[in-house]
Design a binder for this molecule. Sequence first.
Ligand SMILES: Cc1ncc(COP(=O)(O)O)c(C=O)c1O
Length: 423
Amino acid sequence: MEPTAIDVFAKARGHERAEQLRAAREADLLPYFRVLESPAAPVVRMEGAERIMLGSNNYLGLTGDARVLAGARDALDRYGSGLTGSRLLNGTIGLHLELERELAEWMGTEAALVFTTGHQANLGAIGTLLEPGDTVVVDSGDHASILDGAVISRARLRPFRHNRLDRLEHTLQRAASDGGGVMVVVDGVFSMEGDVAPLPEIAELSARHGARLMVDEAHACGVLGARGAGTAELLGVEDRVDLRMGTFSKSLASCGGFIAGPADVVDYLRIASRPFLFTAAAVPAAVGAALAAVRVCRSAEGPELFARVLEAAAHLHRGLDALGLHVVEPTVLPGGERVVTPIVPVLVGDDWKAVLLWRALYDAGVYVNVAIHPAVPPGGALLRTSVMATHDDATLDRALGIFERVVAEFEAEHGALPRPPAA
Ligand SMILES: Cc1ncc(COP(=O)(O)O)c(C=O)c1O
């Protein structure tokens, strides 16, 4: 037998983005892997300069909260720097069990299971509950970790067009003849556009077609609903959502994730979910911080924080809109409800324009996230701005002033940015 002539490393050199990446690096235009030099506060230090942080998922601003820091510190002092083992073996500590109990109470479910990351929670739930012969129905805007879970399950993947209920219905009709079980998985709040899934209608369609429904509440948990339990709570469908996933890496100011749902399903994941079993438990400080953050959310202060982050989002949205930018509008659900989330994206369209505008804002002292294809559809590049409960109006107004100046200069040089569609 001849040795293979195919080098698996070749793709690292010749991939389709290599040229773009090289050009962006040479011009110092790469918006990714920028180095943060301070905590994720409303104003940060990044690469030697102060910048207003409009690109963090620290929605409640709890990463610097004294109670959350104490939770992390106490766990570090008590259990050391790492657990060096799987939850199954030597990696479970009392804090995990307390956290799981409190998460289940908060979500109003029988049980919850804590994973080392949110990505693993999605992988671990979807990849374990679905198997070859089953079908997983996903929104085309779902987070990559949901798709990864579907891939490792080896179930049939049936995507439907983003938030299109008619397409979902059609997909569920087709899935019925696939021959196995069906689970619909959607983001509650979509991570790039910040829009919201019409969960009442999705729950109704899923139930009508005998499908289970799982909702990824990564961007909604600790933000939406009177208890901050997420989109399912806000839209009054908690009892019609079978499984809820959440992460600690956003509102909960730490790192890790969870699945909340019926006790038998959670117990099954505890012994069968490979991304849960075959990885080390999170470091104690991460678990202690998440527990403290959950407690803040569940205290009387929680609803004040949820309201504050949404007020900050509305303020930023109004300001960017007043500059004539095409700000993605808050979702209006089929029932007429308008849902504001902490994610306020500005549509730019062209990938290179988005990167150039990002750089101009960065140089002027505002950090935002850039989403280009494949994170968004081709031609749908956007600047993803997001706010924290700790952003005050003065800081947001300062950022808006910078936007105004930078956009004027940018348009003079590169042409007009997309305008909002006529009302
Ligand atoms: C919608 C969504 N789901 C899941 C995840 C994964 O969570 P984690 O960062 O905890 O791995 C993220 C973000 O990273 C997300 O935005």
